[in-house]
Design a binder for this molecule. Structure first.
Ligand code: SAM
Length: 286
C-alpha cells in the first residue's frame, strides 16, 4: 500500500475528496491498525470492507484474512485500489459497488461461513447500512464500524434517553453492541464536521425472541413515529395497522403492565418484543 498521505495521493491522482460520498480518509496507520485489530481475524475469515477508499484498512486486512472483498462506490478510487493492490498479497477483490446493493448472504454462502464486516463508513449511509445488516444478520459474524459519534450514541442508548430510537431498539435486538473508541476530526483528511466512534456489533440471540421480526420492526416504527405521543395515541389509535382493534391493543398493553400514558421511547427492547409477540399470538387466533 502507498505510504503517501491521503492528500498527496489524491493530488497525484488528480482527485479531490468527494463530499457526496462521505470521503474522509484515515490519516494515521495506528488508528487503522486499531480498527483491524478489533476484528480479531483468523486466516479463515472472509471480510467485507465497506468504502475501501485509498486502502488504509484494506492493506492491513489482506494478510489477516482468507479473503477481503473491498467495496468502493467511487470508480476512480476503485480503479486506483485495484491497481495498487496488485502488488499486495493475494486474496483481495476490489468491487466497485454500492454496499447497499451488496449480496451479503450470497458472499457468506460462498465463504462457507458468516462474514466479518468492517468500514470507516461514509456517514450518509450509516442508517440504511445498519438496516441492511439487520436484514442480513444471519450472514454476519461481526461488524466493526466507524460512524458519526451521535449515531453511535443511538446504537448504545438506553430506554428513556434522548438518543434512544428505532435504530437503538432494532440494532440492540439483533446485536450486542460495544463501543470501542472515538476519534476526533483531526484524524481524517479532510476533517469531518463531527467526532467519530468505532463500535463492534456481534449478532446475539436475544433474551426473548420475536415470533415475527417484521412485526417487531413495524411496531417499533409505529411507537417512535411520533416521539412525543403516548402509546395510547400511537399503538392503540393505530391498532388497525396491526390488524387489531384499539380495544385488543389496549388489552395487550394492560396484560403486560405497560401504561398507556407512556411514550414509545420508554419501552425496553424486551417490552417491545413482548408486545409484538402478544400481537402475533392474538392475530394467530383471530
Ligand atoms: N476506508 C477509507 C479510510 O478509512 O481511509 C475511506 C473511508 S471514507 C470515510 C468512506 C469511503 O466509502 C469513501 O471512499 C467513499 O467513496 C466510499 N463510499 C461512499 N458511499 C459508498 C457506498 N454506498 N458503497 C460503497 N462505498 C461507498
Amino acid at each position: 500500500m502507498s505510504s503517501l498521505s491521503p492528500k498527496t495521493l489524491l493530488l497525484r491522482l488528480g482527485l479531490r475528496p468527494k463530499k457526496a460520498l462521505g470521503q474522509h480518509f484515515l490519516l494515521h496507520p495506528h488508528q487503522a491498525r486499531r480498527i483491524v485489530a478489533a476484528l480479531n481475524l483468523t486466516g479463515a475469515d472472509t471480510v467485507v470492507e465497506i468504502g475501501a477508499g485509498l486502502g488504509a484498512l484494506t492493506g492491513l486486512l489482506a494478510p489477516a484474512a482468507r479473503r477481503v472483498i473491498a467495496l468502493e462506490r467511487d470508480p476512480e478510487l476503485a480503479r486506483f485500489l485495484a491497481e495498487d493492490l496488485l502488488v499486495e498479497p493475494p486474496g483481495v477483490e476490489v468491487i466497485c459497488q454500492d454496499v447497499l446493493t451488496f449480496d451479503f448472504p450470497g458472499a457468506a454462502r460462498e465463504a462457507g461461513r458468516p462474514l466479518a464486516v468492517v468500514g470507516n463508513l461514509p456517514y450518509q449511509i450509516t442508517s440504511p447500512l445498519l438496516f441492511t445488516l439487520i436484514r442480513d444478520v444471519a450472514a454476519i459474524a461481526q461488524a466493526v464500524l466507524m460512524m458519526q459519534l451521535e449515531v453511535g450514541a443511538r446504537l448504545t442508548a438506553s430506554p428513556g434517553t434522548k438518543d434512544y430510537g428505532i435504530l437503538s431498539v432494532l440494532v440492540q435486538y439483533h446485536f450486542r453492541v460495544t463501543r470501542l473508541f472515538s476519534l476526533s476530526p483531526g484524524n481524517f483528511y479532510p476533517p469531518p464536521q463531527v467526532d467519530s466512534v468505532v463500535l463492534r456489533l456481534v449478532p446475539e440471540t436475544p433474551a426473548s425472541v420475536a415470533l415475527d421480526a417484521a412485526l417487531l420492526h413495524q411496531l417499533v416504527k409505529a411507537a417512535f413515529g411520533h416521539r412525543r405521543k403516548t402509546l395510547n395515541n400511537t399503538l392503540v389509535s393505530g391498532a388497525a395497522a396491526f390488524g387489531l382493534s384499539p380495544e385488543a391493543m389496549r388489552g395487550i398493553l394492560a396484560e403486560l403492565n405497560i401504561d398507556l400514558k407512556r411514550r414509545g421511547e420508554t419501552l425496553s427492547v424486551a417490552e417491545f418484543v413482548a408486545v409484538s409477540n402478544q400481537v402475533a399470538r392474538l392475530r394467530g387466533i383471530m
